[in-house]
Ligand binder design. Structure first.
Ligand code: PLP
Length: 397
């Protein structure tokens, strides 16, 4: 044990990511220990009784908690500046849990319409099956938010920047509209990551993450997390999630802990490369539109510069020639892989209309502005010059 303890909340992000939540066992291991067990044993029956009554805060069962998972949760909460974090099996378990734990039949939910495919299914199809009324709005239209959020709105959900159209929503304005009506704001901050954007500082109540994306960042495991106040975790999340079972595996939490150590380095490097690539694509023949939050041509460029430290790791663009040309570009890539994953060290490109946003149908795609010639690039850690050369030759082919 160290004699001189410094206060972790005063650390910078890089220190928090490397050392936050570290809970060494008596063996003094350097790296975080992986506790790959599902159950726990007790010396005495009274100990078990006290654990179950809550008098003793020790572990009881893997579905309720695990020491490796706790380290992951504490590291993330510390980084985000949140009172608490709940680690989960995937980003979608986090999105669904954050919404379902607080909604009941008859409640009203308002959501931005530019959403990741599975988030769109939860909002428009799964939650309504349980009697929850939902209204979709154009996220960039503050008047639409004002009209849709009423006194009986329980919850607001939004994604900024959105997948794949990189639409940016004014967090401060939407949170203040929601607050005035007493609604909870849940933000999917997966594209921005906690490195570039802190929705809590603009008044959001709950933040959801997919650990699968930038936190792992090396294509290995699924994971997710919900950041909230301690009261939200204790009163709403725990009763809902402990009994419905979307727990993260300790192994996955351990991989994510190691991923977090390099999160800042990776996200910053990938964002700088993405900015450069977006600029090059903007001047490339055959590319009719480039969407990148920090490009002057982005409709909310000033807002994105205000609420995001860098423009992010994703670049979306449209090619002239629709689906046929988009597929042609994908076929000609020599380094960048065709994949629907994102946030990875490897650069990945997807055609949203035929993959991630296929199931929502042509009408919903048109409403979200997802065209057949649209391609979404997740910029990795390769040399930027190699990526630019690969894109240039694939577009010219
Ligand atoms: C990937 C993603 C999710 C879901 O995360 P999983 O870990 O795949 O379940 C949710 N929202 C957005 C914006 C995403 O990109």
């Amino acid at each position: 044990m160290k004699k001189h303890k410094s206060d972790p909340s005063s650390w910078g992000d890089a220190t928090k990511l490397v050392r936050g939540g570290l809970d060494r066992s008596g063996h003094g291991e350097t790296s975080e220990a992986l506790y790959l067990n599902s159950g726990f044993v007790y010396d005495e029956p009274e100990t078990a009784e006290r654990r179950f009554s809550g008098e003793d805060s020790g572990y009881v069962y893997g579905r309720y908690g695990n020491p490796t998972v706790s380290m992951f949760e504490e590291r993330l909460a510390l980084l985000e500046g949140a009172e608490s974090c709940y680690g989960l099996a995937s980003g979608m378990a986090a999105v669904f849990g954050a919404l379902a734990c607080q909604l009941r039949a008859g409640d009203h939910l308002v959501s931005s319409k530019a959403l990741f495919g599975s988030c769109y299914q939860i909002v428009t199809s799964i939650l309504p099956r349980f009697g929850i009324r939902t209204t979709l709005v154009d996220g960039s239209d503050l008047k639409a938010w004002k009209e849709a959020i009423t006194a009986d709105t329980k919850c607001v959900f939004l994604e900024t920047p959105s997948n794949p159209t990189l639409e940016v929503i004014d967090l401060e304005a939407v949170c203040s509209i929601a607050k005035a009506k007493g609604a909870n704001v849940v933000v999917d901050n997966i594209f921005a990551t906690p490195i570039l954007q802190r929705p809590l500082s603009y008044g959001a109540d709950v933040i959801v993450y997919s650990g699968t994306k930038h936190m792992d960042g090396q294509g290995r495991v699924l994971g997710g997390a919900i950041m909230s106040t301690r009261a939200f975790k204790d009163e709403l999340l725990k009763p809902f999630l402990r009994h419905t079972g979307p727990s993260i595996s300790p192994f996955n939490a351990w991989v994510l802990l190691k991923g977090l150590e390099t999160l800042k380095l990776r996200v910053e490097a990938q964002s700088h490369a993405a900015q450069q690539i977006a600029e090059v694509l903007s001047a490339t023949r055959g590319v009719s539109r480039v969407i990148y939050p920090h490009l002057d041509s982005h409709p909310q460029a000033a807002l994105s510069r205000k609420q995001m430290r860098l423009g992010g790791t994703m670049v979306t663009f449209e090619v002239e020639g629709g689906k046929a040309k988009a597929f042609d570009v994908l076929r000609h890539l020599g380094i960048i892989d065709i994949s629907n994953n994102l946030g990875d060290a490897k650069s990945l490109m997807t055609h949203p209309a035929s993959t991630t946003h296929r199931n929502i149908g042509a009408e919903a795609r048109a409403m979200m502005g997802i065209s057949d010639g649209m391609l979404r690039l997740s910029v990795g850690l390769e040399d930027t010059d190699d990526l630019i050369a690969d894109l240039t030759q694939a577009l010219a082919a």
